[in-house]
Design a protein around this ligand. Structure first.
Ligand SMILES: [Zn+2]
Length: 729
């Protein structure tokens, strides 16, 4: 997967193809990638849908086999600007001429292709400090200072005794094994100058020098500020990543290199020069600097592909990026880069980059469980690379730990317990790789490759379909809180889908096959039919076409309207069981067998038939990458196999029902249910009713998930499905 990303890298070692004054049109490959990503960006941020051809490419890539005009039936719109007041520019500042000693921009300033202008970077920090107010400088209730910090003046680690400002580092760890804080060298590392020796990774030494130039005294770096051979210290930090990064005055992101020995580029007198030959200017019609910065410079780096770096950027308030070809700044209000032509546009840009709601000023996430936002985070995380599969929970723990205070019951291997029936419907968008765990195999005496549960996305590296849980957003009526800090997408939740879910099984969870199990409380609709309004909630009645319609508001977020109150953790519920609870789910449900149409090499979605050749439903399989042909590698995409209804060539598979579902039989559900474009789907009844099913396989009495789909309710019932006890691993 990583190779595929690198193939599309924009920063290349080719000879320079253009000067920045005469930008070139990207190559075909770059063009396709940019077109896909920009069209996604536009689709998510514009009120009116864009033409659909770009999306066709985007979705075909994932092999779901959709025709895609329906992707835009959801109304996308920008979040409300209401809570924000743009910071007022000081007269004479935004338009003033650049003077590197004063730190103001000018149009005449020309970027040195080899060296970074540190004074310009100082001007960005100063500009944000003095002009962006609470947008970039929220007051946090849980202000903390880490136990250990690097004193960049003394080049050693120190234990701060009072609360101090510090910068956090996000970088590529890679295979670099030197420069780690251990119990044995703690004393040594506290000696002034100890971090400047050649044994220290180059990136760390360069960053210390840069911060010295920027007059930033304290730095937090994981490898030196967490005692690496102290498991308790490590666990404490892993669960507190949110606080460490959000309390930092800024995060310095080093995207250069594949490991910590590569160092920075372009710091005069300290590092090698930047390589202007690697720089290509990208021109794309209609793209803003912010979009290009996000889409071009960062996603092609190794840093961006790493699993650990997601939460580092999610929780950062302000970020200074050092790339192979330059430096740029991103905060709530602005993106600034050192390019003259870009800067002219930027300094006059008066709109904030992100339009987050007020509540982000005090907390990283809203005060209520936002399932939609959580899925976007999962989707952004799950296809990133981790050196060790065992880190899949730890590298996401900062996020789940933060969300534990709003998601009642916490998380079961990455699935929120209170929404478990919905969350089990996560579905892949492309090929899947089964994650295996070395550690847990021994602990649970399980066979290799089966330790992470197959029922959670944790068990599979894959692209997650961001529409997977649409049927679970019915509690939200309208909100400004639709995106996570740093997300490039803002999706409105206003779009209605009639896709509904009705739980049919009671789940139980246990750590082992013989361990005691406990019932899973998956009941976010607990208050939906109740006449009483729970404490903390207010009920409003709205006249609606002659009927009374109620909406609810919780006192912690007066701007979000709910269709019904949802369970919120009380202050007493300080922590939930570990997110690693499980990995076994038990339930009593029904089982049936259907014939599955062979998967086309580039598709993961296919039809199901009963033994009489009657179309029964649709299944999305978790297919390993091996043998998966991406559409861009295919010669001819038009030769799809014809459905074979006589039973020949169809494969018999086993399915269990996990919940019931329905949707109104109307065209605009096509964005969420892939069978909408299938000719066989029944269209005459007003309601499309089905069972949500898992395709399963057995091993040693345990069932493992192979796919997720829907089977028509009447067809399922006509099979006389047998009832059985299921253990899902
Ligand atoms: Zn700012």
């Amino acid at each position: 997967m990583a190779n595929k990303r690198q193939k599309l890298s924009i920063e290349t070692s080719d000879p320079p193809m253009s000067s920045r004054l005469h930008p070139v049109v990207p190559s075909t490959e770059e063009h396709i990638r940019l077109r896909e990503e920009l069209s996604q960006l536009r689709a998510f941020t514009h009120r009116r849908p864009q033409p659909t051809t770009d999306w066709t490419i985007g979705r075909e890539k994932y092999g779901c086999g959709f025709t895609t005009s329906w992707l835009f039936e959801e109304q996308f719109e920008e979040p409300s600007k209401e809570p924000f007041r743009e910071p007022e520019a000081e007269p004479g500042w935004m338009d003033s001429k650049y003077d590197s000693t004063r730190g103001s921009p000018t149009e005449e300033h020309k970027k040195d292709p080899e060296w970074i202008d540190i004074n310009l970077v100082k001007a960005w920090i100063d500009g944000c400090d003095t002009r962006h107010g609470a947008h970039c400088h929220p007051t946090r209730k849980d202000k903390i200072t880490p136990c250990w910090l690097i004193d960049t003046g003394e080049a050693c680690i120190v234990r701060p005794t009072t609360s101090v400002e510090y910068v956090a580092l996000s970088y590529v760890w890679g295979s670099t094994a030197s420069g780690l804080a251990c119990q044995s060298n703690l004393k040594e590392l506290q000696k002034p100058g100890s971090l400047l020796g050649p044994a220290m990774p180059r990136t760390i030494r360069d960053v210390i020098s840069v911060l010295h130039l920027l007059d930033e005294r304290y730095l937090w770096v994981d490898r030196l500020c967490i005692i690496q051979d102290d498991d308790k210290d490590k666990e404490k930090h892993i669960n507190n990543m949110a606080a460490i990064y959000s309390n930092a005055s800024m995060t310095l992101v080093v995207t250069t290199g594949d490991d910590a020995d590569y160092g920075l580029r372009g710091i005069s007198g300290i590092t090698p020069a930047m390589n202007p030959q690697k720089r290509k200017s990208i021109w794309f019609p209609g793209a803003t600097e912010h979009q290009l910065t996000r889409l071009v410079r960062v996603p092609t780096t190794k840093w961006y592909s790493r699993g650990w770096t997601l939460q580092e950027i999610v929780f950062s308030r302000r970020t200074l990026f050092f790339t192979e070809t330059g430096v740029f700044w991103e905060c709530h209000c602005h993106t600034w880069s050192e390019d003259t032509s870009e800067r002219r546009l930027l300094w006059s840009n008066s709109k904030c980059n992100e339009k987050l709601a007020d509540i982000f000023r005090d907390s990283y996430f809203p005060s209520w469980p936002n399932l939609h936002m959580y899925l976007q985070l999962v989707a952004a995380y799950n296809n990133r690379q981790l050196t060790f599969d065992d880190d899949i929970l730890a590298a996401f723990a900062g996020i789940t730990t933060s969300l534990n205070s709003t998601f009642q019951g916490g998380f079961l291997f990455g699935l929120p317990e209170v929404f478990l029936d919905v969350a089990l419907l996560w579905r892949p968008m492309g090929p899947c790789r089964r994650r295996s765990s070395c550690e847990d195999e021994q602990k649970m005496r399980k066979k290799p490759g089966t330790a992470f549960p197959s029922w959670s996305w944790i068990g599979w590296q894959t692209e997650i379909d961001p529409q997977s849980w649409k049927c679970g957003y019915d509690y939200i009526k309208s909100t400004n809180v639709i995106s996570w800090p740093g997300s490039k997408y803002n999706i409105s939740l206003k779009a209605g889908s009639s896709w509904k879910l009705k739980p049919t099984v009671q789940w139980y969870v246990a750590d082992g096959l013989s361990s005691p199990s406990r019932p899973v409380i998956s009941d976010y609709k607990r208050h939906q039919r109740s006449r009483d309004t729970p404490a903390g909630w207010s009920r409003y009645s709205l006249p609606f076409e002659g009927l009374e319609e109620a909406e609810f508001v919780h006192l912690s977020d007066m701007k979000t309207r709910f269709r019904f109150p949802i369970p919120l953790p009380s202050d007493k519920d300080t922590s939930w069981p570990s997110i690693q609870e499980g990995p076994f789910l038990f339930c009593r449900t029904t089982r049936a067998y259907f014939l599955m149409e062979p998967l086309h090499p580039s598709r993961i979605v296919t039809s199901l038939f009963d033994e009489n050749g009657m179309w029964a439903g649709v299944i999305r399989m978790q297919v390993e990458e091996e043998g998966f042909v991406r559409p861009e590698d295919e010669k001819d995409m038009t030769e799809l196999p014809e459905p074979r209804k006589d039973g020949s060539g169809l494969q018999k598979e086993e399915f269990i029902a996990i919940s019931e579902g329905s949707a109104r039989n109307r065209w605009n559900e096509a964005g969420f249910l892939e069978e909408w474009s299938f000719a066989e789907r029944p269209r005459k009844t007003p309601l499309y009713e089905f069972f949500n099913v898992l395709c399963i396989t057995h091993q040693d009495g345990i069932c493992y998930r192979k796919g997720v789909g829907r089977v028509l309710k009447n067809v399922w019932l006509s099979q006389n499905p047998e009832t059985l006890e299921v253990t899902l691993g």
